[in-house]
Write a protein that binds this ligand. Structure first.
Ligand SMILES: [Zn+2]
Length: 71
């Protein structure tokens, strides 16, 4: 899931990019909050996937933690 983000300096639409390692592994932010419902009861923690937004004008990178609802 991606949203439209604008560069705070240039006001242009930033391009969404996935953050991953050179080996192709994606990164996850693991919170201390438990998942809701049954999965939380099993001790699974909430995971957030960072999405980077890059400004094509000035090169600014902003990353946002977006909730992974697929699990
Ligand atoms: Zn910019």
């Amino acid at each position: 899931m991606t949203e439209i983000r604008r560069c705070p300096d240039c006001g242009v639409t930033m391009e969404a990019m996935r953050i991953q390692t050179a080996e192709g592994f994606s990164l996850q932010l693991v919170t201390n909050e438990r998942k809701k419902g049954l999965l939380g009861g099993l001790g699974l923690k909430e995971k957030l996937e960072p999405t980077a937004y890059v400004c094509p004008e000035c090169g600014l990178i902003r990353s946002y933690a977006e909730r992974d609802e697929s699990e």
